[in-house]
Design a protein around this ligand. Structure first.
Ligand SMILES: [Zn+2]
Length: 281
C-alpha cells in the first residue's frame, strides 16, 4: 500500500520509526520450546527424568548481549519458555535495570514461571508478552512435560497481569494462527476450537473479556511504545480498527472464533470488506 503520510525518524541512537515499521527492539532467545523439551527447566522434565532442557547461550553471553543491545537504546525482548530460562533472564534484566525504570523490557512467552519469580516482573517493571493460543495448543500434553505442580505456574496470565497491571497478548503468527479472535477466545475461555476442555484449562488464570481486549490493544501498544498513537479509538490516534458483526464483549464463548469481520480500517482507510451479494463494486 502507498506510504501516504509516511514519516520516518531516527533517534540519536540506532532506533528508527515509520508509520508501518518500527525498529526499536531486539528479540533474543534464551531457550527453546516445551513440546520438543528444549525449554530450560529448573528441575527435570516429568516425562524425561534425565533432561532439563537447555539454554541457547551461556548466562554470561546472554547477559553481555542484553547489556550491549540495551546500551544502544533498543528495547530487549527475550524468549523464555522454561522456568529456569525465565528466572535467569529476569535476574539478568534485574541486574541491568536495577529497579523501577521506563524501558519496558519484555519477556516473550513467559510460559512457565516458578511461583517465587512472578514478583520479579513487578520489581523491575518487566512486561510479560504472552500468546493465548499457546495454552490451548499445549494444554493436552503440557502436564506430561511439567507434572501437575509446575503446570500451575504455566500460562499464568492472571498472575502475570497482577504484577504491573500490564500484559501484552499477541498471536505468535506464523507459529500459531493469525486470527486475533482465536487468541481472544483462548485468553478468556482457555478452550480450543472444539470448546475443550469443558469449563476451560486452569481457569484461575483466564483473563476477563476486558483484560483480553486491553492485552491485545492498548497494552500491546504500550509494550511497543506506541500507546500514544495506537491501541485505543480516540481523537489523535491512528484509526486502526475493525467492525465486527457481533459484540466481542457479549457473544457466547462458542461463537467468538467465528465472528465475521465486516470492515477493517488501517490508518482511517477501508482496507477490507467482504463482497456482499448484489453489492456493486
Ligand atoms: Zn519466541
Amino acid at each position: 500500500m502507498a506510504a501516504k503520510g509516511l514519516t520516518w525518524t531516527t533517534t540519536s541512537k540506532k532506533t528508527a520509526k515509520g508509520d508501518f515499521l518500527s525498529i526499536s527492539s531486539v528479540k533474543l532467545y534464551a531457550d527453546g520450546a516445551l513440546g520438543s523439551r528444549g525449554a530450560c527447566l529448573l528441575a527435570p522434565y516429568a516425562d524425561r527424568p534425565k533432561e532439563t532442557g537447555f539454554l541457547l547461550a551461556s548466562p554470561e553471553k546472554l547477559e553481555a548481549r542484553i547489556r550491549k543491545i540495551g546500551a544502544k537504546g533498543f528495547q530487549v525482548n527475550t524468549h523464555c519458555i522454561g522456568d529456569s530460562a525465565n528466572r535467569l533472564v529476569l535476574s539478568i534484566y534485574g541486574k541491568v535495570l536495577k529497579g523501577q525504570n521506563e524501558l519496558r523490557w519484555r519477556i516473550e512467552h513467559a510460559q512457565v514461571i516458578h511461583p517465587q519469580d512472578f514478583a520479579l516482573f513487578k520489581q523491575y517493571q518487566i512486561i510479560p508478552s504472552v500468546q493465548p493460543t499457546h495454552a490451548t495448543s499445549d494444554m493436552f500434553w503440557a502436564a506430561d512435560r511439567l507434572g501437575p505442580e509446575r503446570l500451575r505456574g504455566a500460562y499464568a496470565w492472571k498472575s502475570l497481569l497482577a504484577q504491573n497491571q500490564v500484559l501484552a497478548a499477541g498471536s505468535d503468527f506464523p507459529v500459531e494462527d493469525i486470527n486475533p479472535l482465536y487468541g481472544f477466545h483462548a485468553a478468556i475461555a482457555r478452550q480450543n476450537a472444539e470448546g475443550k476442555p469443558a469449563g476451560g484449562f486452569q481457569m484461575e488464570n483466564a483473563l476477563t473479556r476486558e483484560e483480553a481486549l486491553r492485552a491485545m490493544t492498548i497494552w500491546a501498544a504500550y509494550a511497543a511504545f506506541e500507546e500514544k498513537t495506537k491501541g485505543t479509538i480516540q481523537k489523535g490516534m491512528v484509526a486502526d480498527f475493525v467492525l465486527l458483526e457481533d459484540d466481542l464483549m457479549q457473544a457466547p464463548l462458542e461463537a467468538l472464533r467465528s465472528i465475521k469481520v465486516s470492515q477493517t480500517y488501517l490508518n482511517g482507510e477501508l482496507v477490507y470488506q467482504p463482497l456482499k451479494k448484489g453489492a456493486e463494486e
